[in-house]
Ligand binder design. Structure first.
Ligand code: GLC
Length: 544
C-alpha cells in the first residue's frame, strides 16, 4: 500500500494523559491543567506527537469524568476554560497536538438535560434519552460493567419509567434517533474545535442506536450518525481527527472507517491481548492470527494500537478459553481481575522486566498503526490493585523521589489517590528524575525506540508481511514502503534462540541495524542466521 498523503495522524505517536493524575500545580492533591502545561517539555522530550487527555469536564466523577454534567466547561478541580486554551497554545508552540474525549453515547444523570428529561414529560428533553415503560426491550444486549450492573435498564422514580444505559446506571444513554441530540453534540464539537483542539477520541461509539432483535451494537443507523459528525467536521475544519473507541473485532471495526468518510482512526483492540499471549507462550501464532483477521482500511485512515490504557486490560475480544488462560497467567490474584479484564499496568504485567517491556513496545511499533503510550508506562510505573474500580492504574505520575513523588505539594492524605510506594515500584526508585540520569533506564530506552519509530514512517504506513512463519518463537516482519524495506525480528522467548531468514530477494544488499551502531551485514543467497538473546529484538533497514 502506498498512502497518497501522509496525514499527521498516520505516523503520529500518541501519549494518553489523565490530567487528575499528572501534576498538581495548586497543592489541592489533584492534578490540573496548569500542572500538565508545566510538563509539556517532558512530553515533547519523549518524542510523541499528540496528547490524548481523558475527560476534563464538570462531572460527579462516578466514572472518573466519563459521566459529563456539562460539555461546555472544565471541572473546577482541573482549572478553567482559559487554562484549557493555554494548554492548546503551549502544546502547539512545542509542535504537540492535543485531542480530548468526546463522550457521545451518554451523559451523567446530573446533566441538566437528564434532570429535565426525567421530571417533565412535556419538555423537549424527554426525548433526549431512551425511556421505556418496561425493562424488557433490547434483551439481546450484553451488559458491559458486569461487576456492578444487573441490567441495561434502570427504573427512575421521578419519570416513573425505565431509562437505558450501557454503562453505569448514573450514565443514561442519549437518544440518537432524535436529530436534536445529534445537533447538540455537533455544537459541543465546534465549541472545543474552535478553541483549537486537534480532534477527539470518540468514546463508546458502537452503542449510539438501539433496535429490537439486535445486540444494539454497530448498527447501520449508528454508522449513519457517525458519518454526519465526520461530514460536519470536514465542512468546518481542516486537519482535525476523530478516533473511534469501538472495542470490537477488526471486521466490525472496519465499517467505522467507512470509505474514508467516517473515522480517521480506530483502536485495534484485539491485537493488544495477543501481544501478551504471544510473549507469555513464546509463540507468534496469536499475533499471526489476529493480523490475518485484520482487513485493509481506506488510504486516509489509520489504526491506533496500544498495550495499556486507563481501563482494565480488556479481554472482551478473546475466546472464553483464552480469557481463562490470560487470567491465570496475568491475573493470578482474583483482585487483579475486573469485569472481563485485568486491572494492572504494563510493568507489573511483564514482571518488571525491562527487556520484556521493551520487547512488548517493539512488537507494537513494528506493526502498522499509530501507537499510544499510557502515561507512566514509559517509566515502568506500578499499580495498586486494591483501589476501587480502575483507579489502581490511574495513580499519581512519579516525577521524583520527594514527597508525593513530586506530583503535588498537598499532604499525602489529601491526594486523590496514594502514590505507588510498594517495595518494587516505589516512587523513590521509579521516577522521571532518576531515569532521566540513567542511560540504561526504561525511559531513555523508550525514547530511543520512539525516535527510531518516528524517523521511519515505513513503520506506520508501510505494507507488512510475516517472514519465517514456521519459526514460531520469532516474530519476523518485513515492512515495505515504495523502495524501502525494514526487517524486524523479535525473540518472544526467555531463551537465547537462533533464527534463519530467507532474504535472498535482497541478495547483495546490506542490512543496517536501526537500534544500535554496528557493522552492516551483507545479504547472501543463503539463509541469514541470527542469534538473539532472551526477548531481544533487531530492527534492520535494507540498503545498497
Ligand atoms: C470508555 C472509557 C471508559 C468509560 C466508558 C464509559 O470505555 O474508556 O473509561 O468508563 O467508556 O464512558
Amino acid at each position: 500500500m502506498t498512502k497518497d498523503k501522509l496525514h499527521w495522524y498516520m505516523d503520529a505517536i500518541f501519549y494518553e494523559v489523565h490530567v487528575r493524575a499528572y501534576c498538581d500545580s495548586n497543592g489541592d492533591g489533584k492534578g490540573d491543567i496548569p500542572g500538565l502545561i508545566s510538563k509539556l517539555d517532558y512530553i515533547k522530550e519523549l518524542g510523541v506527537d499528540c496528547i490524548w487527555i481523558l475527560p476534563i469536564y464538570p462531572s460527579p466523577l462516578k466514572d472518573d469524568g466519563y459521566d459529563i454534567a456539562d460539555y461546555y466547561s472544565v471541572h473546577p478541580d482541573y482549572g478553567t476554560i482559559d487554562d484549557f486554551k493555554n494548554l492548546i497554545l503551549e502544546a502547539h508552540k512545542r509542535g504537540l497536538k492535543v485531542i480530548a474525549d468526546l463522550v457521545l453515547n451518554h451523559t451523567s444523570d446530573q446533566h441538566p438535560w437528564f434532570q429535565k428529561s426525567r421530571s417533565d414529560p412535556n419538555s423537549k428533553y424527554r426525548d433526549y434519552y431512551v425511556w421505556s415503560e418496561t425493562d424488557e426491550k433490547y434483551e439481546n444486549t450484553r451488559i458491559i460493567f458486569l461487576d456492578t450492573e444487573v441490567s441495561n435498564w434502570t427504573y427512575d422514580e421521578v419519570a416513573g419509567m425505565y431509562f437505558w444505559h450501557r454503562f453505569y446506571s448514573t450514565q443514561p444513554d442519549l437518544n440518537y434517533d432524535n436529530p436534536e441530540v445529534v445537533k447538540e453534540m455537533m455544537n459541543v464539537m465546534d465549541f472545543w474545535l474552535d478553541m483549537g483542539i486537534d480532534g477527539f477520541r470518540a468514546d463508546a461509539v458502537p452503542y449510539l442506536i438501539e433496535r429490537e432483535g439486535t445486540n444494539c451494537e454497530n448498527l447501520p443507523e449508528t454508522h449513519e450518525i457517525l458519518k454526519q459528525f465526520r461530514k460536519h467536521l470536514d465542512e468546518k475544519y481542516e486537519d482535525k481527527i476523530l478516533l473511534a473507541e469501538a472495542n470490537q473485532w477488526p471486521v466490525d471495526v472496519r465499517p467505522y472507517f467507512g470509505e474514508g468518510d467516517e473515522f480517521h482512526m480506530g483502536f485495534h483492540f484485539p491485537v493488544m491481548p495477543r501481544i501478551y499471549m504471544a510473549m507469555r507462550k513464546g509463540d507468534t501464532s496469536p499475533i499471526h492470527w489476529i493480523m490475518s483477521q485484520t482487513p485493509e482500511i481506506p488510504e486516509n485512515t489509520q489504526w491506533c494500537i496500544f498495550l495499556r490504557n486507563h481501563d482494565e486490560l480488556t479481554l472482551e475480544m478473546v475466546t472464553e478459553e483464552e480469557r481463562q488462560w490470560m487470567w491465570s497467567e496475568y491475573a493470578p490474584d482474583p483482585r487483579m481481575r475486573l469485569n472481563l479484564g485485568i486491572r494492572r499496568r504494563l510493568a507489573p504485567l511483564l514482571d518488571n522486566d525491562q527487556q520484556k517491556i521493551l520487547l512488548a513496545n517493539a512488537l507494537l511499533y513494528a506493526l502498522p498503526g499509530a501507537p499510544i503510550i499510557y502515561y507512566g508506562d514509559e517509566i515502568g510505573m506500578g499499580d495498586n490493585i486494591w483501589l476501587f474500580d480502575r483507579n489502581g492504574v490511574r495513580t499519581p505520575m512519579q516525577w521524583n523521589d520527594s514527597i508525593n513523588a513530586g506530583f503535588s505539594k498537598a499532604n499525602p492524605e489529601d491526594l486523590y489517590a496514594p502514590v505507588i510506594d510498594s517495595p518494587e515500584y516505589t516512587y523513590k526508585k521509579v521516577n522521571v528524575a532518576v531515569e532521566r540520569q540513567d542511560p540504561e533506564s526504561l525511559l531513555n530506552k523508550m525514547r530511543h525506540l520512539v525516535s527510531v519509530r518516528k524517523s521511519h514512517p515505513i513503520f506506520a504506513v508501510g505494507d507488512f508481511e510475516f517472514l519465517a512463519q514456521d519459526q514460531t518463537s520469532f516474530l519476523a516482519i518485513l515492512r515495505t514502503l515504495e523502495e524501502q524495506n525494514v526487517i524486524c525480528i523479535h525473540n518472544l522467548t526467555g531463551e537465547e534462540k537462533s533464527i534463519e531468514l530467507d532474504l535472498s530477494n535482497f541478495s547483495g544488499r546490506r542490512l543496517i541495524n536501526l537500534l544500535e551502531e554496528s557493522e552492516p551485514d551483507t545479504i547472501t543467497e543463503k539463509k541469514q542466521s541470527y542469534i538473539l538473546k532472551p526477548h531481544q529484538f533487531l530492527w534492520m533497514r535494507v540498503t545498497d
